[in-house]
Write a protein that binds this ligand. Structure first.
Ligand code: NAD
Length: 275
């Protein structure tokens, strides 16, 4: 098998399944990302605020994997939205990653109370023009903010990375993304382990039917509804398990039953509350 790729609205291809490193201890990141690369992942999702870009870079350098076989995402933190600061921030991220460019650069949160997300988006447009990232997108943006940054610049983000899992499946935003040609990236795809997602009946029944784990079922659900997804684990076995999701397919009925688990169960912060 190979991981399916999705073509973004700027023609860039992104592997639909990757590995996320939120809360991966910087001291352990090189080892854990090495485990992920050995398991076969070629898409890594990090962020400046995670403090572990150096470990990601070290694992990439040591792997010997060709740069064009890897897809690396990092994100601009909330206090760097001003243009000068954003330009400095991408240079800092690239230095830590040991890369000349990333594949995808995201505005991490819109921080609407500060009203500077349009400026942040303008900075990302410039950063892409400078060749420091191949694609640009946003994260945690809501419908009105997407509309506003597009109206202000004429440039549509390639992705919006949002909290999304079966208990919080973001139908309104996903529908809006589709209308705009934005691809949906799902963060917290396993609900961050914060509620009983993996013991829900629809998930367990599908796991038993296919002889896989509940986590594999949930990752398959994301892939089959079209999300780009990068579950996180520190454990080598789970890192491999979460990548081993191409040997089975959920039926339409199983996907529908899991989609019905939505109960507006947000486990992370509301974007309006993050500054
Ligand atoms: P996740 O939903 O991937 O959950 C990770 C947790 O799930 C693990 O700590 C573990 O407890 C559990 N888990 C993992 N594999 C398992 C398995 N096979 N079986 C049972 N349990 C398992 O949460 P996440 O790490 O927050 O989200 C994934 C990635 O999304 C992050 O690493 C990061 O890259 C990104 N993210 C982005 C934002 C943002 O604001 N843009 C916010 C949070 C996360």
């Amino acid at each position: 098998f190979s991981v399916p790729t999705i073509e973004l609205n700027d023609g860039i291809q992104i592997p639909q399944l990757g590995f996320g490193v939120f809360k991966v201890d910087p001291a352990e990141t090189e080892r854990i990302v090495t485990d992920a690369l050995e398991a076969g992942y070629r898409h890594i999702d990090t962020a400046a605020i995670y403090g572990n870009e150096e470990g990601v870079g070290a694992a990439i350098a040591k792997s010997g994997i060709a740069r064009d076989e890897l897809f690396v995402t990092t994100k601009l933190w909330n206090d760097r939205h001003q243009k000068d600061s954003a330009h400095a921030a991408i240079d800092e991220s690239l230095a830590k990653l040991g890369l000349e460019h990333v594949d995808l650069y995201l505005v991490h949160w819109p921080t609407p109370a500060k009203n500077d997300y349009v400026e942040a988006w303008q900075a990302l447009i410039e950063i892409k023009e400078l060749g420091k990232t191949r694609s640009i997108g946003v994260s945690n943006h809501q419908v009105a903010q997407l509309d506003e940054i597009i109206a202000a610049t004429g440039v549509t983000p390639s992705v919006n990375q949002i909290e999304l899992h079966p208990g919080f499946s973001q139908l309104e935003l996903r529908t809006h993304h589709q209308k705009l040609g934005i691809h949906t990236e799902a963060w917290g795809p396993l609900g961050q382990g914060k509620y009983d997602l993996l013991s829900r009946g629809a998930v367990v029944a599908a796991a038993e039917a296919h002889g896989v784990t509940p986590a594999q079922v949930v990752i398959r659900w994301h892939l089959q509804i079209g999300n780009i997804v990068f579950p996180k684990s520190n454990a080598k076995e789970r890192i491999a398990q979460n990548f081993d999701v191409f040997g089975f397919e959920l039926t339409e009925g199983e996907v529908a039953a899991i989609t019905l688990l939505d109960e507006n169960n947000r486990v992370g912060s509301h974007p309006d509350d993050v500054n």
